[in-house]
Design a protein around this ligand. Structure first.
Ligand code: PLP
Length: 469
C-alpha cells in the first residue's frame, strides 16, 4: 500500500457510531449480536484478550464459546496457515490432500486408543452441518428418524439440528418439526427436574428414563419385538449452551446400558466440550462410556477456517454402508482448515493439557467459591477442567436472576472496569435454562495472574450491577 493510499485509508476509517449505523441498516439481526443493547466492535485479539478500536483490552473468559481453546492469534497455528496459503490454499474436496488424510488418521487413532474401537472420520464445515451428517448416518443405519435428546441440550440451528435442540424458541417460527426429538430431563442436579437431592436420589432420573421401556403404552418400544421407535440419543456429557452442567459420573454409563439393550445409538456431541476443554480430549472420557458416534467442531481449528466432523464406529461408516456421495459440502475438508486441525492435534500431543487444565480449573473454581462466600447471589459454582459455571440468583442463592446476569455481562462489555490498574473490559457468555449462568471457557493457556484478574474484574462488575438493582 502506498503512503497516499494509507493516508486515504486512515481518513476513511469510520467511527464506531458510523459503523453501527451501517450495521443497523445492512446486517441481518437474525444472529445473536443484538442479544446485548450495545454491541462492541473489536479490532484485534491476542492470547486471552480482545481489543476494541480504541485499544481497550477485554479479558475473554468465553473464548468464542470454546472455539478458541488455544488462545487468540496463536502464532504456531497462524504460521501453518500462512504456509498452507502459499502452497495449497484451495482444493475441491473431491480430491485428496495430505493434511486431510493425516488429520483424519490422527483423530481416528486417538479415539481408537481411548475407546479401543475402530472408526472413521467424515469432515464438514460447521458444527450444525456435522450434526446433520450424524443424523444421516443414524437414519441410514437404523432406518429410523426419531431421536432422544436432553432438555437443555443444544446441537445447532440448522433445521435438523434444531429438531434435536431442546429450546422451543429456536423452532417456534419455522413450522412443524415432525422429527422433533423426545426430550429427556438432563441430570441437572442443582435444579433437579424431579425435585430430588443428589445424595439421596439414587439416580431417580435414570430410572424414570428406563421406565419408558416398560410397556409399549409409554410410546417408545414394541415389547414383543424389542424394537424401539427411537434411533439414537444425542448427549452432551457436559451441557454447553444449557449451562455447563456436568452429568453425574454414573448417569451416562447407566444410560448407555439401557440404550444398548434396545439398540439405540448414543451420539456424543463434543462440539463445545472437546479438545481438552474439560481436561480430557473428549468430555465423555470422564464417564466410562464408548459412544457410537462423536461429533466435534469449534476448537479443532482453534476457531479459524472452521472444520467440524464426525467419528463413527466402523460398522456405521464403512464404505460398504456409507458410500461415496452419502453426504458432501463444497468446503468440508478444505486444505487450510485441515492444516490447522493437524497443527492443533500436534499441539495437543506435545502439551500436557491433561494435567494443566484440571490444575487451572481447580484454582479458578477455588477463587470463584471464595467469591460465592461473599455474595449470596452466586448460587452455584462448579466446573470440569476449564469448563466453569457460575449461576446468578436472588439473595436466596437459588431463584434465577437473569436481570443481574445481564447487567454484569453488559458492564463487562463497556470496557470501563478498572481492576488491574487501567480501563478494561470483561467478556462473559450467558447460558443455562434460565439464562442466569455464566458459562466460562477461558483459553487453556490462561495464567494464574489472568485468572486472578478475571475474578477481580468479575467482582467489580458484580458490585456495580448490585448497586444498580
Ligand atoms: C454442543 C454444540 N453442538 C452443536 C453446536 C452447533 O455448532 P455450530 O454453531 O458450529 O453450527 C454448538 C454450538 O455452539 C454446540 O455448542
Amino acid at each position: 500500500m502506498t503512503q497516499k493510499h494509507k493516508d486515504a485509508d486512515i481518513k476513511t476509517r469510520m467511527s464506531d457510531e458510523e459503523l453501527l449505523k451501517l450495521e443497523s441498516k445492512y446486517c441481518s439481526w437474525g444472529d445473536t449480536v443484538h442479544y446485548v443493547e450495545h454491541p462492541n466492535i473489536f479490532e484485534r485479539c491476542k492470547g486471552s484478550c480482545l481489543y476494541d478500536r480504541d485499544g481497550v483490552e477485554f479479558l475473554d473468559l468465553q473464548m468464542w464459546y470454546s472455539a478458541g481453546n488455544f488462545g487468540y492469534n496463536n502464532e504456531r497455528i497462524n504460521n501453518v496457515l500462512k504456509k498452507q496459503i502459499d502452497r495449497l490454499p484451495q482444493l475441491a474436496c473431491q480430491y485428496l490432500h495430505e493434511e486431510k488424510i493425516r488429520l483424519a488418521a490422527k483423530l481416528a487413532q486417538r479415539v481408537e486408543t481411548t475407546f479401543e474401537e475402530k472408526g472413521r472420520i467424515h469432515f464438514n464445515v460447521g458444527g450444525s452441518q456435522a450434526v446433520e451428517d450424524s443424523l444421516k448416518l443414524v437414519r441410514k443405519h437404523t432406518g429410523r428418524s426419531l431421536m432422544f435428546a436432553f432438555m437443555g441440550g443444544y446441537h445447532g440451528r440448522t433445521l435438523g439440528a434444531s429438531a434435536i435442540t431442546s429450546s422451543f424458541r429456536y423452532r417456534e417460527h419455522y413450522g412443524h418439526f415432525g422429527e422433533r426429538a423426545n426430550f429427556i430431563p438432563f441430570p441437572y442436579c442443582f435444579r433437579c427436574f424431579y425435585g430430588k437431592k443428589r445424595d439421596t436420589c439414587n439416580m431417580y432420573c435414570l430410572k424414570q428414563f428406563e421406565k419408558l421401556f416398560e410397556t409399549e403404552y409409554y410410546g417408545v418400544v414394541d415389547r414383543k419385538t424389542n424394537v424401539c421407535e427411537f434411533a439414537a440419543f444425542y448427549v452432551e456429557a457436559v451441557q454447553g449452551t444449557g449451562g455447563y452442567q456436568v452429568a453425574p459420573r454414573e448417569y451416562l454409563s447407566g444410560l448407555k446400558k439401557i440404550l444398548d439393550k434396545y439398540n439405540v445409538l448414543m451420539v456424543d456431541d463434543e462440539i463445545q466440550m472437546g479438545f481438552f476443554r474439560t481436561g480430557k480430549f473428549l468430555s465423555i472420557e470422564h464417564f466410562d462410556v464408548t459412544p457410537d458416534i462423536i461429533v466435534f467442531g469449534k476448537a479443532l481449528t482453534n476457531g479459524m477456517n472452521p472444520i467440524a466432523g464426525i467419528w463413527a464406529k466402523e460398522m456405521l461408516i464403512s464404505p460398504k454402508v456409507f458410500g461415496p456421495g452419502s453426504t458432501h459440502s463444497t468446503f468440508s475438508s478444505n486444505p487450510q482448515g485441515t492444516a490447522m486441525g493437524l497443527e492443533v492435534m500436534k499441539i495437543i500431543e506435545e502439551s500436557d493439557f491433561a494435567t494443566e487444565v484440571p490444575r487451572k480449573g481447580k484454582y479458578f473454581v477455588s477463587r470463584l467459591k471464595a467469591l460465592q462466600k461473599k455474595y449470596p447471589q452466586i448460587g452455584d459454582v462448579d466446573g470440569l477442567g476449564l469448563a466453569l459455571r457460575m449461576e446468578m440468583c436472588e439473595k436466596d442463592g437459588y431463584t434465577p436472576n437473569k436481570k443481574l446476569t445481564d447487567a454484569i455481562e453488559e458492564i463487562g462489555l463497556t470496557g470501563k472496569l478498572t481492576a488491574g490498574g487501567k480501563h478494561r473490559g470483561l467478556v462473559l457468555d450467558v447460558g443455562g435454562y434460565y439464562k442466569n449462568v455464566f458459562t466460562m471457557a477461558p483459553s487453556l493457556y490462561i495464567t494464574e495472574k489472568e485468572i486472578d484478574l478475571g475474578v477481580d474484574l468479575f467482582e467489580e462488575a458484580l458490585k456495580l450491577a448490585l448497586k444498580r438493582s
